[in-house]
Design a protein around this ligand. Sequence first.
Ligand SMILES: [Fe+2]
Length: 245
Amino acid sequence: MAIIIHTLKLGSMDNFIHFVADTDSKNIMVVDPAWEAETILTFIDKNGYHLTGILLTHSHADHISALKPILAQRQVPVYISRTEFRLGRVRVKNPHYIEDGERIPLGKADIEVIFTPGHTSGGVCFLADKHLIAGDTLFIDGCGRCNFRESDVEQMWHSLQRLKQLPDDTVIYCGHDYGQQATATIGQQKLTNPYLLIDDKAFFIAFRMHLQSQYRSIPFKPSSAAEMQAIRAAHQNTVARQIKN
Ligand SMILES: [Fe+2]
């Protein structure tokens, strides 16, 4: 039994479309199918895989735009959280509502669901063996926006604290190619990702919601504990001056 991840980069927004495949059964699931349905299906068929399901980390258009054309050709279950489905953008009959901690079978292996709301209210990550499919929750040296109507920055903080607990050798597969490299491990990201380096919830919220645009742009560069401490000190000085005035 071996789980492997395949990735296509499609569309105009640097989306990564990941596949979780079981090499023994040749069963495969696609995560967040978007942009080019035919390219996605051709990849599956050419490599001799059988599509057994569609996993959705969340329901933004750049993650679901190929859903309908794929379902028109393959009748497979769509796995989505109930909260995300209620946002109303995924229009499928009888979705499979996933629960936190649920294990979705793939051949003899399985894929664990980790609820990670924040970017959207019903967002999830998927963990297969040591591979974390992170959607728009965690990017290489970045994290998902929290200023949508359905976002909650405090939930994002808690979701990232959860992902930090995964083993250091867990490999991260993001929803967008926004970093200097396509993947990294949790252990590496704990050293360079500002959102994993910040250990203070109030500063996390200020940085994500207000300060990020001053200091960070795509492609995100690695940060460091020293850099984040300096930014925090500068921010605290600014706040102190504002209180004084
Ligand atoms: Fe998104």
